[in-house]
Design a protein around this ligand. Sequence first.
Ligand code: DUC
Ligand code: ZN
Ligand code: ZN
Ligand code: ZN
Length: 484
Amino acid sequence: SDFDLIVRGGTLATASETFAADIGVRNGCIAALGTNLGTAVRVIDAEGLFVLPGGVDAHCHVEQESSTRIWTADDFYSGSVSAAFGGTTTFLPFAAQHRGQSLRDVVKDAQERCGPKAVIDYAFHLIISDPTAQILGQELPALIQDGYTSFKVYMTYDQLKIDDRQILDVLCVARDYGATTMIHAENNDVIGWISERLLDRGYGAPKYHAVSHPRIAESEATSRAIQLARLVDSKLLIVHVSAPEAAEAILAARNMGLKIYGETCPQYLFLTAEDLDRDGMEGAKFCCSPPPRDAAGQEAIWRGLKNDTFQVFSSDHAPYRMDETGKLKHGAGATFKQIANGVPGLELRLALLFSEGVGKGRLTLNEFVALTAANPAKIYGLHPRKGSLAVGADADLALWDPKWQRTVTYDMLHDNAGYTPYEGMTITGWPRFVISRGRVVVEDEALQVERGSGSYLQRKPEIVADGLREPELDPARNFGAGLL
Ligand code: DUC
Ligand code: ZN
Ligand code: ZN
Ligand code: ZN
């Protein structure tokens, strides 16, 4: 036959267009788009379905040990299976450095763990917590050249945070070798100062996690991070934005032409700080950083998805069970300081945004594809192989049934967190088929592939042309002038 697979009769949508077409798949790639394509080993009838590029989840913590030595509940198998059921066909978990570790070792460990388990395609972001001269001078440039072209740094958490000088160092390596820096922007001293005052007065319940992470801590750090990137003319993506003031700072920077990007996540659209005030330790399920805000904050995040403040919508899946292996490592009387930060979201990221965004007219289908697949693929060096529907691209497809309505219960999900923050929500629109490089991964609500069938995605560095760097800092152009 002409093709391995034909997906027939669906409505296709990319980041820019919506059109009717059949898709012919050969050797894992999209080989033809059109009508009357010919014969195929298998034909999937997509009438009444939206055929979208598979989701790209550019922020998730899977089989990762936190800085306080707590492992995420998902390994690369359960994490990737959960992602696949939700319509995601590419994920980028973190290979996280603890201080003192070689980045090379961290990457080798992540690769060895992930290869035999993942059922979808993957690449890794690094987390850099210890930017020594050796790491900045040798390891990191070599890793970037090997395809590890994105890394996250933290302005908060005592075991992860790097200071402003170190941030500048990392940004310069990213700029010079063609990588993208991601940053967790919250002011560590503000958080620590408030936390100490709360705990001194006996306020340790989960709800005080939100009190101790005020919007100002986020917006101050966001603005500072933007200025640091501006100083050295380096590309910077602010991850998991929840504060409206931080969103404003990102939009202003983008309007100035700076290479600043923004990411937000489902928890900032669908949860609020009030969820942290549920009975007993229930609130611990909702402790993540930055925390969910209020209803007005949610509206600001929706606006940011529409007005290009945010280019990327990721899950920030960070699953910790409600037991001694996870959130309750320090017991049922743990203070907010001792509760592992993070919420699960790999499986519901797309359905939540589809239902509440596309379904309710807040986003177009094309904006949905841009935010959840095309833009992250572009920013992280995976486009057009991922995030597009074009001849030559990988045949990574999610076939969405916009009428399929289900009420979320944890039992229907495939992660290992033990609960979902979105329990009881009614979601309209779910993927019926999920296809990765032409392989049907999910069909009939069942997994159709073996563990380890996903592939590692090799990336390439991309050096960005000079923009608005302070010229005084470039010795080749203007040594000794101005600032120096
Ligand atoms: N940062 C993350 O990126 N994820 C979970 C919690 C956090 O602080
Ligand atoms: Zn470790
Ligand atoms: Zn973070
Ligand atoms: Zn995260």
